[in-house]
Design a protein around this ligand. Structure first.
Ligand SMILES: [Zn+2]
Length: 130
């Protein structure tokens, strides 16, 4: 759990810096901070999974006593993924993805009927492409 603590501490110090900036800039700092944290956590997940692979292989080759570490890594990785999902929801809340024109990919306001760029008729319920 030590790296989780590290991540949390890093987030704290970043958060303190963000406090001095208010309003929209603050939101931007906030989402940049969260995105940075997401990529950090994703890196941790990657590391955990490759460590897990090694441990499973060592176990397969007959080495004993890796069960605890495997169990620990499985649990922390699951927790990390949940944290990543939470953070992604937070980013989404700060910056809801605008819908984009299906023809030219230009972002448009949800109230628009036609694309401002290419004039394509816009479907109101079209979810934004991932
Ligand atoms: Zn368009």
């Amino acid at each position: 759990m030590t790296f989780l603590k590290k991540v949390t501490e890093g987030a704290k110090s970043l958060g303190e810096g963000a406090k001095t900036i208010g309003g929209r800039a603050g939101d931007l700092v906030e989402s940049t901070k969260i995105k940075f944290e997401i990529s950090k956590l994703e890196k941790e997940v990657e590391n955990n999974i490759s460590a897990l692979g090694n441990l499973v292989f060592l176990q397969f080759k007959g080495e004993k006593d890796h069960e605890k570490e495997i169990e620990r890594l499985l649990n922390t990785t699951k927790t990390l993924e949940e944290e990543i999902a939470d953070l992604k929801v937070q980013v989404e809340k700060l910056h809801p993805k605008p819908p984009v024109c299906p023809k030219c990919n230009t972002e448009y306001l949800p109230v628009a009927n036609f694309c401002m760029n290419c004039g394509e008729k816009l479907e109101k319920e079209n979810p934004p492409a991932e």
